[in-house]
Write a protein that binds this ligand. Structure first.
Ligand SMILES: Cc1ncc(COP(=O)(O)O)c(C=O)c1O
Length: 403
């Protein structure tokens, strides 16, 4: 039985702040003891640079770093751990693919396809690549309820499209997109696909082989791991073909003043001293997720979502954004006559943490013709109590503001 109160005990932040109602999990998650302990242990007992040293500490550090690559490979069911590239996060992974995969392939008149609900991280890198290459960024629309217009995708696929990049779960609308279906459609037209799994890695079992996805990215900090870590999975044939775009130590096989022979994957894409402690620690975050079980986490989020939508519906003047049939634990809303920032500020004074603004999805705000929303996003340690505190907090906001 999934018990969020027991889960909460594994997170020291709730010991320090017992009244904390943390509902900004789409932005980042809190960290459990096992993740914090591994980071401390790494620096206390194993700290050394990776790959280069032949002494004991260096071997241990390398084993932890490369062990985490194996762990991430298993997490995604990657055919081989060398297909896991460590990045600083989702944004970094998408930029890598934009620079090393899209840019060399794009020609004037070509197209890249994204959806209208992408985080800026899965929009701007493609937009800039298109601008540089005189290519076109095409946008798959979504319906008023926040569901992607899958029918439109079929009409937008054509030989000019060099890549389709799509989010699995919208960080603003909560929509869970049918990525397996989208990948199959794109592949039938010979188009590779990148999936942004930033919002889904904690609650969905991601099997890159079953999905047959070409690239998949996620951030460590949204799956209870450290900031500054991320994973890019890529099909081996693509990664081998792609040139590196960051140059320096660690990514070479042989260097002279005239030329450099690059190392094979994954090192080719990991120039410089990496975030060793962060990467090592990420493995324990993935252990944490799998021990809880993504299915259990997803089911828990559904309970909170249902409770949240039911309870908040009672609040006068509330308007929800994102009502897709398949939704994750994210509720975006506005209250009539209340600026989302005022709302979040007043709740913040009560240690109820929600996010207000455009959530790095300005085109979604433009679609609904609003400047921003308030957003509550749930995770494993949230309880129905938290949802009730949010409801009461919002009612108080209306009283304070005299609405
Ligand atoms: C769907 C989605 N994509 C990309 C990102 C960017 O992630 P990061 O800032 O960790 O690179 C986020 C972060 O909120 C997100 O929700």
């Amino acid at each position: 039985m999934f018990n969020p109160v027991e889960v909460q005990k594994q997170f020291p932040i709730f010991t320090h702040y017992p009244d904390l109602v943390y509902l900004d999990n789409a932005a980042t998650t809190q960290k459990p003891y096992i993740v914090l302990a591994l980071e401390q242990e790494y620096y206390e007992r194993h700290n050394a640079n990776v790959h280069r040293g032949i002494y004991r500490l260096a071997a241990e550090s390398t084993a932890l770093y490369e062990g985490s690559r194996e762990r991430c490979g298993r997490f995604l069911n990657a055919p081989n751990a060398r297909q896991i590239i460590f990045t600083s996060g989702t944004t970094d992974g998408i930029n890598l693919v934009a620079q090393c995969f899209a840019m060399p392939r794009l020609e004037a008149g070509d197209q890249l396809l994204i959806s209208g609900m992408e985080h800026h991280s899965n929009l701007i890198p493609w937009q800039q690549a298109c601008l540089a290459k005189k290519a076109e960024l095409k946008v798959i629309p979504f319906h008023e309820n926040g569901e992607l217009d899958v029918q439109q995708i079929k009409e937008m696929l054509n030989p000019k499209v060099k890549l389709l990049a799509i989010t699995h779960i919208s960080n603003t609308l909560g929509t869970i997109n049918p990525i397996a279906e989208i990948i199959a459609l794109a592949h039938a037209a010979g188009i590779p696909v990148l999936v942004d799994a930033a919002q889904s890695a904690a609650s969905h079992k991601l099997d890159v082989q079953a999905l047959d996805v070409d690239f998949l990215v996620f951030s460590g900090h949204k799956v209870f791991g450290p900031t500054g870590t991320g994973v890019l999975y890529g099909k081996e044939k693509w990664l081998n073909e792609m040139p590196p775009y960051r140059f320096g130590g660690e990514m070479i096989r042989d260097v002279t003043f005239e030329k450099t022979i690059f190392a094979p994957i994954p090192q080719k894409f990991e120039a410089g001293t990496p975030n060793i402690a962060g990467v090592a620690t990420l493995s324990s975050a993935l252990d944490f997720v799998e021990e809880l079980g993504q299915d259990n986490i997803a089911a828990h989020l559904q309970i909170l979502l249902a409770q949240g939508e039911k309870r908040l519906a009672n609040i006068p003047g509330i308007q929800f954004y994102g009502q897709a049939a398949h939704k994750s634990g994210i509720i975006s809303f506005t209250l009539a006559g209340v600026h989302p920032h005022d709302l979040a500020t007043i709740l913040g004074q009560k240690d109820i943490c929600i996010r207000a603004g455009h959530h790095c999805t300005q085109p979604i705000m433009d679609f609904y013709e609003i400047p921003g929303t308030a957003r509550a996003s749930f995770s494993v340690y949230n309880t129905v109590e938290d949802v009730i505190k949010l409801e009461l907090g919002l009612k108080e906001v209306l009283t304070v503001l005299g609405n």
